[in-house]
Write a protein that binds this ligand. Sequence first.
Ligand code: SAH
Length: 227
Amino acid sequence: MHIDIITVLPELLESPLGHSILKRAQAKGLLEVVVHDLRPYGLGRHQQVDDYAFGGGAGMVMMVEPLANCLDELKAQRAYDEIIYMTPDGQRLTQGIANRLSLKNNLLILAGHYKGIDERIREHYITMELSIGDYVLSGGELPAAVLVDAIGRLIPGVLSDETSALFDSFQDNLLAPPVYTRPAEYRGWKVPDILLSGNTPAIEDWRNEQALARTRERRPDLLEDDE
Ligand code: SAH
């Protein structure tokens, strides 16, 4: 999969993309992420990318022209399955959306800044708008990193135990069951006996029961949802 990200702060994406599973996915050639600095597309001597909002009010807006030029250049190089704008008023990112996007070949993600981007970019270029939750961040870089992480770990071959993503929370609309590792007892706190029994089918049943109980208690809404 190839992912392009457009941002005014490329440095903010270096660390999230440069470690752990996303690093491994890129090293294995399963994922290619290219971060594009919007600044060189800025206008004039100061490479301006934002301007005052028409109609007044506080806060700057990302200008249409630098974004359109950058988007045109990238679109000329490949056919994108989706051009995604990260925005608090977008559709809420879910595991289901991450699953679907992990099957695509080419994605473009636009990280906003300031008050957001000129609406005309949203109308004429953006095919999908995603929010990572009902709160406002100062820029779209962390949301873009969240999206790339959620998608990247689902690409076949990225996780060493390929099936492990299937048992994470939200797959099958269930939260994950509790997990334990050694030692089996610490300060008198014991790991449930069943997990030490070696009885694989019984352990499987226990995990399913726990997942269901935890979902009923914490997120009953997931059980009504059939997305
Ligand atoms: N004025 C806008 C918020 C702009 S925040 C509004 O009220 O809707 C600046 C940038 O941060 C946005 O352009 C977006 O790219 C990013 N951003 C902020 N919160 C986000 C969220 N919850 N999900 C996704 N992107 C977000």
